[in-house]
Design a protein around this ligand. Structure first.
Ligand code: NAP
Length: 487
């Protein structure tokens, strides 16, 4: 006699892109017994928190969407942030995920009771769930620079992910610290719109100039009318990026072409001194490659000054560089990046026997095939350590990781097990492969970036993103410790 499938209680932490993806895929599988906990009052994660001028996604929009929620209405090849945020809000509403979200609820702790996850929120409530899914995002803890006197600055000072839209910049002298993907996008938008813009560059990054054409009304209608055409576009974009990714990671013709291209595009900077200042000494892609349609024009705008002398301190009136010069400014923008190694922390994750995630990760974050952690049953993680999060669509990674979690959840429904967690040995085996492959990649050619963990190793997936999909496309029971369902 076949038993009716059980309804799993599932806690998803975070209603950003990944949490919405998990919720939507559960709904599509006919599972409605989940709660999405969201600390803020709206969905959207990084796209809600980052509203800085110039924000866009440098992954083509036709690919930066869920396969189950095509969007024919993208306005540009690389669409602006507000449009992407609106897309995720729409997906959450259309799929019914929005109804399952508990807003303004911050999860502080999740403790395995022996049979379930007891999930506690800051409002004092605690509920039990059969599965815990972390969808807390990877780039969401702003990294504030340790610069002497930062707190003494007299004017407005804010991180790029905490943009203060009440400050009118049009007549202001603005200091922009940071030249990563965010700083480059901000500069591209603000150059010429503020009184003066001082770009404080510590290290130059390689930038690829790619045009960002608008999609015509006709194209948008075509995508709306023929979903198969939209799917085709998605797969073409994916194929191109997936073919380029591994080729760009290793020495060879494609890498030589990228090096040639980035140098050639840098020659758009006509002043030789400025060009020299903007020339990185690391290989392109060692740090995340920056894609911008505007950077080299913006950086040469007459109202923009690039300062490469290191910052000594901040004073109330401005930025003092190590040559003793005070650069007077009215507003300080910190495009100084994120702590990409916190993952779901500061949530206190406590597994069987009281083992905490902090203890398990004392020597650095590690995950079984990017999605699960030994010692923590019925727990899955989006964008976990060594996920393929470089120049790739995180929407595609989320679908892969959600599909993997869903397969386990479907088995639980069929009562094939009660709890499952990867073994330490299987996780070690995964890292033998990772550690063998990483030194051959461009990320290990000697540069600093948020890719590197505290041990200096890149916390990235060292193979083609396609391999991630294949890896998570199957389940290996031998890699897991399972307790069986009560009969
Ligand atoms: P980031 O790449 O980590 O860049 C931070 C910048 O701040 C770097 O230029 C860094 O200098 C500088 N900085 C940090 N501390 C400093 C200090 N004390 N003094 C002077 N400069 C300092 O951060 P991000 O630009 O926010 O980008 C992070 C990631 O977010 C990207 O790599 C990407 O994955 C994602 N992102 C994606 C998009 C997109 O379009 N898809 C857009 C924006 C961001 P150093 O270079 O010397 O360290």
């Amino acid at each position: 006699m076949t038993r009716a499938p059980r309804d799993p209680r599932i806690a998803i932490v975070g209603a950003g892109m990944s949490g919405i993806c998990m919720g939507a895929m559960l709904k599509r599988a006919g599972i409605d017994t989940f709660v999405v906990f969201e600390k803020a009052a709206r969905v959207g994660g990084t796209w809600r928190e980052n509203t800085y001028p110039g924000i866009a996604c440098d992954v083509p929009s036709r690919f930066y969407q869920f396969t189950f929620a095509p969007n024919p209405d993208w306005t540009h090849r690389y669409s602006p942030g507000a449009e992407i945020w609106a897309y995720f809000e729409r997906v959450a509403a259309d799929t019914g995920v929005a109804e399952r979200i508990r807003f303004s609820t911050t999860i502080t702790e999740a403790r395995w009771t022996g049979t379930a996850w007891a999930v506690s929120a800051s409002d004092g409530t605690c509920e039990e769930f059969d599965f815990l899914v972390s969808a807390t995002g990877i780039l969401h803890h702003p990294a504030y620079p340790r610069i002497e006197g930062l707190e003494t600055f007299a004017g407005p000072a804010f991180h790029s992910a905490r943009w203060d839209h009440d400050v009118d910049l049009s007549d202001k002298r603005v200091a922009l610290i940071g030249t990563g993907s965010t700083g480059v996008q901000i500069l591209g938008d603000l150059a010429g719109k503020v009184d003066r813009l001082l770009l404080l560059q510590r290290t130059p990054h390689w930038v690829v100039h790619l045009a960002n054409p608008a999609f015509s009304e006709f194209t948008r209608r075509l995508h709306g009318r023929f979903p198969a055409y939209d799917r085709f576009s998605y797969h073409v974009n994916r194929k191109i990026i997936e073919a380029l990714s591994p080729a760009l990671l290793h020495p060879g013709r494609t890498r030589r072409f990228l090096t040639w291209l980035t140098k050639r595009q840098l020659s758009r900077v006509t002043d030789p001194d400025l060009r020299a200042a903007l020339t990185p000494d690391s290989a392109p892609m060692c740090r995340r490659l920056i894609i911008s349609p505007t950077y080299y024009d913006a950086v040469q705008h007459p109202d923009v000054e690039v300062i490469t002398t290191p910052i000594a301190r901040i004073e109330p009136a401005g930025v003092v560089t190590t040559d003793g010069t005070l650069h007077p400014v009215d507003v300080l923008v910190l495009a100084t990046g994120f702590d990409a190694h916190a993952y779901l922390r500061p949530i206190n994750l406590i597994g069987p026997g009281g083992l905490t995630l902090d203890e398990v990760w004392a020597d650095g974050p590690r995950a079984y095939q990017t999605v699960a952690v030994p010692g923590f049953p019925n727990f899955f993680m989006f964008m976990g350590p060594n996920s393929p999060v470089g120049n790739y669509a995180l929407t595609a990674i989320a679908e892969t990781q959600a599909g993997y979690a869903l397969t386990w959840i479907a088995r639980w429904r069929r009562q094939e097990f009660e709890s499952a967690m990867p073994t330490a040995e299987a996780t070690d085996r995964f890292y033998v492969g990772v550690d063998e492959a990483l030194p051959d990649t461009v990320w290990a050619t000697g540069c600093t970036s948020w890719y590197l963990g505290a041990n200096g190793k890149p916390e990235l997936f060292p193979w083609a993103p396609e391999r991630h999909r294949v890896l998570l496309g199957r389940i290996d029971d031998g890699d897991f410790v399972m307790t069986s369902a009560a009969s």
